[in-house]
Design a binder for this molecule. Structure first.
Ligand code: ATP
Length: 740
C-alpha cells in the first residue's frame, strides 16, 4: 500500500469517527429539543391558565413579569438547541476542510488540528475533533506554509513548526481525496473555487481565505481599520468574515448581531450579502444605507432623493454647465468646509435665530426671555440644543399647571352666575383652560421645536448669511451657481446632498442616540462617501469601532485619491488605526482583469490572479437594430455555455428602460430598478447600481465615443468590466469610445 493510500485509510477512520460523534451529538440535541419544546408549551399554558390577564394590581403585574421572564429564558434555551441542531446538520456534509499538524515549541510531538466551519468537541473525553476556522490556532492554516509559525492564543503568542498542511475534498460525509499543500497547490484550490459560476447571493470564502485577508479578518486591535482594495480583492467578503469572527470572540470582546451594523451603498447590496453570515452559522446583522438612516431619524417626514437618483440626474443631464453645478454642489456640500459652515449655522441658530418671547399665561408672568436664553446658551456639557429646549418647555409647563388649576376653579365659580350652564360648569371651565393652554403651547413651540428644514433653508435663501458664515473658508469658483441651484423643489423633495447636510444638523443638534448599542460599524464602498458622511457616522456611533473598506478607483462622480482615507482618520479620530492595501484581484479572469486595468491610471498597480479564460470582446454594430440582435445572440451564446447570471449594463436607468422595452419581447430579461428586485438570471441595470455585485458574464451596452468620453465615463467602464467573472463583451455603434 502506498503511503497516500495508508494515510487515506487513516483519514477515513478519523472522518468516520467525526461523523459518528456529530450524529451522537445530533441525536442528543434532537431529544433535548423535544423536551425543551414541551416545557415551553407547558410554561405558556400555565401562564395563560393561572395568571391574570388584566390587572391594575401592581403585585400581580410583578407576577406576570416573572412568568414572562421564565418563558423568555426557556425560549432562549430552545433556540440555542435549535442552533446546535442546524450546526451539526451542516457539519454532517463536510465536518472539516483542512488540517495542520503543529508542533509547539518544547513539545515532543505535533498536534493534528482539523479545521472546519464549527467546533466539534467530544463532551465525554474533551477531545477537540474539529476547530472552528475562527479559533486562534486555525490562523496557522491561513497564514503559514510548512516550517516556522506563530499564533496568538488567549495566553499569549505560541510558536512552533507546521509539519503538515492538508486540504480535503469531502462530500456527504465521504472523503474523495486530500492534498498536502504547498503554496501552488493552495492556488489550485482557489482557482477551482473562482472558476465556478456565481450566484445571486454572495458566498463564504472560509476554505480559501488568503493570508493578507486573514490578517484583516482577525484584527481586534484597531479601533479604525481602513482597507483600500482593488475591485474583486475580496473587501466585502472579508468584511463579512470579520463580522463573523468578531461574533465568535471570547466573553468580554464578543459582539452580538445587534452590536454590529453595515453601511451599504444600496439595498440590492444588502440583499446580495444576506446569505453569508447565516452560512457561517451567525445571525444576520442590520445593513442600512444613508438614505435609510435619514428616513429613520426624520421619522419619514421629509422626502429626499437617493444617491442613485442624483447619479441618474448627473448622467442624464445634457447641459454641461448644469451638470458641473450638480457635481460641484455635491462635492461642496459634502466637504470639510461645508461642515464648518454647518457648525457655524448651529451656533448662529442658537444665538440669533431662536426668537424667544416673555411667557405669560392668562396675564400671569411665567418666564422672561433673558433667563430662557441664558439657560439655552449655558455650556451644559453633552446636552444637545434639542434637549435644552425640551427642558425649557417642561419647566414652563410645570409652572403653568398650578396656575391653570386656579384659573379653572375661578372660571367654574364665575359660570355659577349663568344658571342655564349650571350642569356644564366644569366642562366649560375645562374647555376654556385647554384653549388657553393650547395658545400658550403654540407660542412656546415657536421656539422650542427645531425646524431643521427652515434652519437649513435660511443658509441658501439669505446670501448675506451664507457669506458671513463662510468667511475665511475656501469656496468653489461656481459657488454663486451652487447657491442659486439650491432647489426650488425643496418643499417637495430635497436633493441627496441637502439630505446629508440636514442629517448632520439633526444628529448634532439632537444628540441622537438611536444606535447607541452599536459597537462595530462596517462601511463598504467607502469611496462613495465624503467628509460629511464620516462626520455623521462619528456623531451617530460615538462608542463604536469602524472597519472602512473602499476602492478609490471605483469612485464615480469624483476623482478620489488615497487622501480620502486621511480625511476618514482625521474625522473619526481613533487612537488605534491602521490601513491595509489589497492589490490582488480575485473575481475576474486574468484576461478580464488585465483588460479592465486599461481604464485606470497606468500608475496603479493591480495584480491579477492567474485564472485564464477567453479575452474580452469589443463588438461593432451597424445600427441600433443590429446592436440589439448582436446582444441577443451573445446572451444566447452565454446561456448555451451554461452561464446563468448575465448582466447587460447601461450608462443610465433611462438607457436601461429604452433597451429593455426593445428587448423584453425577444428575450427573457429583467430590469433591475427597485431595491428589492432579485438579481437573478439575465438582468439589465445601470452601471452605477452594479457596484459591489458580480455576474458570470457582463455585456456593456453602446460603448461609443459619444456615450463614454469623460473621466467620469472612464470610471464607469472600470466598474462595469470588473463585475465579470468569465465573459465580458462591449458593444458600440459608429465610433468606439476612446477608452476602448
Ligand atoms: N480568498 C478567497 N477565496 C475565494 N474567493 C474569493 C476570495 N477572495 C475573494 N474571492 C471572491 O472574489 C469575488 C470578489 O470578492 P468581493 O466581492 O468580496 O470583492 P470586493 O473587493 O468587495 O469587490 P468590489 O470592490 O468589486 O465590490 C467574490 O466572488 C469572492 O467570493
Amino acid at each position: 500500500m502506498s503511503s497516500y493510500e495508508s494515510e487515506f485509510q487513516e483519514e477515513v477512520v478519523y472522518l468516520n469517527n467525526a461523523v459518528t460523534l456529530i450524529n451522537r451529538n445530533l441525536d442528543q440535541e434532537l431529544s433535548s429539543i423535544v423536551s425543551a419544546k414541551k416545557e415551553l408549551i407547558n410554561e405558556h399554558r400555565d401562564m395563560w391558565e393561572n395568571a391574570v390577564h388584566f390587572t391594575d394590581d401592581i403585585d400581580r403585574m410583578a407576577e406576570i413579569k416573572q412568568d414572562l421572564s421564565v418563558i423568555h429564558v426557556k425560549r432562549e434555551g430552545y433556540e440555542k438547541i435549535d442552533e446546535r441542531i442546524q450546526k451539526y446538520n451542516g457539519m454532517l456534509n463536510k465536518p472539516y476542510f483542512a488540517r495542520v499538524d503543529f508542533k509547539e515549541e518544547g513539545e515532543e510531538s505535533a498536534e493534528k488540528i482539523y479545521i472546519g466551519f464549527s467546533n466539534l468537541l467530544d463532551e465525554d473525553t474533551y477531545e477537540v475533533y474539529v476547530y472552528d476556522w475562527r479559533a486562534p490556532i486555525a490562523s496557522i492554516f491561513y497564514r503559514y506554509e510548512l516550517g516556522g509559525a506563530r499564533y496568538n492564543s488567549p495566553n499569549g503568542e505560541i510558536g512552533g513548526q507546521v509539519l503538515i498542511k492538508r486540504q480535503y475534498e469531502i462530500k456527504n460525509g465521504k472523503l474523495d481525496y486530500f492534498i498536502d499543500s504547498n503554496l501552488n497547490i493552495a492556488d489550485d484550490a482557489l482557482r477551482e473555487v473562482l472558476a465556478k459560476n456565481t450566484s445571486s447571493k454572495m458566498k463564504t470564502i472560509v476554505e480559501t481565505i488568503q493570508r493578507e485577508q486573514d490578517i484583516i479578518i482577525r484584527d481586534i486591535e484597531s479601533e479604525l481599520l481602513i482597507v483600500q482594495g482593488v475591485a474583486g480583492s475580496g473587501k466585502t467578503s472579508i468584511a463579512l468574515h470579520r463580522v463573523a469572527f468578531l461574533m465568535y470572540q471570547g466573553f468580554l470582546t464578543k459582539l452580538y448581531a445587534n452590536n454590529i451594523m453595515i453601511i451599504s451603498p444600496n439595498d440590492f447590496f444588502g440583499n446580495y450579502i444576506s446569505d453569508v453570515l447565516p452560512q457561517l452559522g451567525e445571525e444576520n446583522i442590520r445593513t442600512v444605507t444613508f438614505e435609510y438612516i435619514f428616513k429613520e431619524i426624520f421619522e419619514n417626514s421629509i422626502n429626499a432623493k437617493s444617491r442613485n437618483e442624483l447619479l441618474e440626474d448627473i448622467i442624464g443631464c445634457e447641459d454641461v454647465k448644469r451638470k458641473n453645478i450638480m457635481k460641484s454642489s455635491m462635492e461642496f456640500k459634502s466637504s470639510k468646509e461645508f461642515v464648518i459652515i454647518l457648525n457655524r449655522l448651529i451656533w448662529f441658530y442658537e444665538h440669533k435665530m431662536i426668537e424667544i418671547s416673555d411667557i405669560y399665561y392668562n396675564g400671569v408672568y411665567i418666564a422672561d426671555k433673558h433667563s430662557i436664553k441664558e439657560f439655552l446658551l449655558k455650556d451644559t456639557i453633552n446636552m444637545s440644543i434639542e434637549k435644552k429646549l425640551a427642558i425649557i418647555e417642561n419647566r414652563i409647563f410645570e409652572k403653568v399647571t398650578p396656575i391653570r388649576k386656579k384659573r379653572r376653579e375661578k372660571l367654574e365659580k364665575y359660570i355659577v352666575n349663568f344658571p342655564e350652564h349650571q350642569f356644564e360648569r366644569r366642562a366649560i371651565a375645562r374647555l376654556i383652560t385647554i384653549k388657553e393652554t393650547n395658545k400658550l403651547k403654540a407660542q412656546i413651540r415657536r421656539f422650542t421645536k427645531v425646524d431643521y428644514k427652515r434652519i437649513y433653508e435660511a443658509l441658501f435663501r439669505n446670501k448675506n448669511l451664507f457669506y458671513t458664515l463662510a468667511k475665511g473658508l475656501k469656496l468653489p469658483e461656481n459657488i454663486e451657481g451652487i447657491i442659486d441651484n439650491f432647489n426650488c423643489n425643496f418643499e417637495k423633495s430635497i436633493c441627496y446632498e441637502d439630505m446629508l447636510a440636514m442629517l448632520y444638523l439633526k444628529v448634532r443638534m439632537s444628540g441622537c442616540s438611536i444606535f447607541k448599542e452599536i459597537k462595530q460599524v462596517v462601511v463598504d464602498e467607502a469611496q462613495d462617501y465624503y467628509p460629511i458622511h464620516f462626520q455623521i457616522l462619528k456623531e451617530l456611533f460615538k462608542n463604536s469601532r469602524f472597519t472602512i473598506l473602499g476602492d478609490i478607483n471605483q469612485s464615480i462622480e469624483k476623482e478620489a485619491t488615497l487622501s480620502i482615507y486621511d480625511d476618514v482618520k482625521n474625522i473619526l479620530n481613533k487612537k488605534r488605526s491602521s490601513t491595509v492595501i489589497l492589490n490582488k484581484s480575485f473575481r475576474c479572469s486574468y484576461e478580464i482583469s488585465k483588460f479592465s486595468n486599461k481604464f485606470l491610471d497606468e500608475n496603479i498597480q493591480i495584480e491579477s490572479f492567474e485564472r485564464h479564460e477567453e479575452e474580452p470582446k469589443i463588438i461593432e454594430a451597424l445600427n441600433i437594430e443590429d446592436l440589439d440582435n448582436k446582444i441577443i445572440n451573445t446572451i444566447e451564446v452565454y446561456r448555451n455555455l451554461n452561464y446563468a447570471s448575465i448582466a447587460l449594463l447601461c450608462k443610465s436607468m433611462k438607457e436601461c428602460e429604452e433597451v429593455y422595452n426593445r428587448l423584453k419581447n425577444k428575450i427573457n430579461i429583467k430590469i433591475i430598478s427597485r431595491s428589492d428586485d432579485d438579481i437573478k438570471g439575465i438582468v439589465i441595470m445601470p452601471i452605477y447600481m452594479s457596484k459591489g455585485l458580480e455576474f458570470d458574464c457582463v455585456i456593456v451596452y453602446e460603448v461609443n465615443w459619444k456615450n463614454y468620453k469623460t473621466e467620469f465615463d472612464r470610471r464607469l467602464l472600470y466598474i462595469a468590466s470588473t463585475r465579470a467573472l468569465h465573459k465580458l463583451s462591449l458593444f458600440y455603434t459608429k465610433k468606439p469610445s476612446k477608452f476602448l
